[in-house]
Design a protein around this ligand. Sequence first.
Ligand code: HEC
Ligand code: HEC
Length: 511
Amino acid sequence: MLTRLRWFLCAAGLLAGLLLLRPTAKSALAADKKDPLKIAEGTASSDHEWQVPRERWQLPFKDDQPIYFVNRSQAAAEWDKLPHFWNETTENAVDPKTGEKVMRKAVKIKVPLGLTVNPPVPVENPMTVAKWKLGKQLYFSPSLSSDATVSCATCHDPKLGFTDRAPVSTGIRGNKGGMSAPTVYNSAYNALQFWDGRAASLEDQAQGPVMNPLEMFDGDGHAWNHAVSRIRRNEKIVQQFREVFGTDPTRDGIAKAIAAYERTVLSGNAIHDRADVAMRARVEDEGSGKYDFKAKDYETVLLAAFDAKDKTALDALGLDVDKDRAKAAATAKSIHNGRALFFGKARCNGCHIGDNFTDNQFHNLGVGVKDGQLPPNAWGRFASLPTGHKNAESIGAFKTPTLRHLTGTAPYMHDGNEKTLEEVVDFYDRGGNANEFLDTKMRDTDAERAYLLSQRNHTPYKGAEVKGFGKDEKPIAPLKLNLTPQEKHDLTLFLRALQGDPADPVVMRKE
Ligand code: HEC
Ligand code: HEC
């Protein structure tokens, strides 16, 4: 009796072990077919969240094609030689497991001009061609949404500058969200994701929409269990997951693959980036050692753009590629002046700095403020800071967005309230929208101090207008820029000169 029981337990254990450790594509799919959504109720199923990788399923080292980024600042000679964005090549490598020398395929990505570092890649999610392809498929796949109607590309459409060009996005069943979809372009460089920075990485971010009732989730059961089950129904994708991750489709793998794809959605080679190269070449020619922009640096690259019939870059500046060559000099002068304003009188570089024109910080500009009041629940960064780390300075503060690729991503700001770049510039010209928590950089703090002092000393105050906001009547003086109409025009033109090339077809194409 005892031996029989022992035998039975042993066999059952073995069977369970086999099922657990060696699930085949068939068994995973069969389990789904029985009752595909049943396991999805309640809390997360760890099998759907992540699995321990099985090396045997993964592509062998010699067939796994790594993707390398190459940028001009760090590897100029190699970068110059790369003819395309996506360059297929081969490499000699040593299989770390067997020590065998192999020749294998690889891809080198020519990072667009102006981006002086490579997109950061987490160690646990190295870039490979198979993973990138899988991520691209998932990015365009409506299967991630409950009713198979919405994909990431619905709201971040490659043809619309990886946004939806709407003030707020539309998710499943026509549900409207509360914010404007930011572009995916260069999101690889963001320190934090979302307008309030609540996601720490692209991998983190990609898990949000699938659970969001306003975006991809119908609210029934556990969003990710359902989504993973839906993806597991496709045998081809199951196979791809096994080759890439050594697991069945999981939430972990889906997030990683999508992030790998997003890291190749890059915008650069704007007129401004080209002018930077022209400027450096000129200064080296002259031997003056004085690296500063001149209008003629912009003119040089505008003329080159006319010669190359670069419609995209010229369209962004409102220039007709066939007719407007004579306007190159005047346009160059305007952009050059716009640049000086951006880094000078208009103080845009106080927040929009670096290759991607963002400080990766959060600021309250008063976007959406009416009569000095923040809209209800518009806490911004403040709400997403963990309890114990709340910082009043981040009340109503939103992330500084990139300024690359703006002409294709209107309307602007987190609420899509500003319809044109001209409106954005007017917004800054009046000092944003005054409110109790307006960012220091948007304020005339000298005027505020003078005002407080005069109040304390009961002396008359003369200076920029100061008004009291909030329960404490906190004195706030929005810093007006006093830009002339010509200056506004030039500043806007500089923003247009930051328009990059569209992503390479290899990234844009759905297939
Ligand atoms: C229904 C429309 C919608 C769908 C579907 C959607 N997004 Fe978004 N996405 C948004 C909106 C709106 C935001 C900004 C929300 C916020 O900040 O709170 C956003 C933010 C982002 C960001 C952050 C960018 C930044 O600069 O902070 C990335 C990256 C992104 N989405 C990628 C994706 C991916 C990948 C998917 C698919 C898994 C996806 N989105 C699905 C609308 C959508
Ligand atoms: C105090 C920091 C700060 C300064 C100074 C600043 N910006 Fe911004 N900018 C931001 C933040 C933060 C946002 C997003 C605000 C929001 O949506 O609530 C933004 C948004 C924008 C947008 C909209 C981008 C989009 O995709 O929606 C543009 C365009 C822009 N800024 C241009 C400028 C220009 C031009 C200047 C100089 C006149 C400037 N900024 C000065 C922080 C700043």
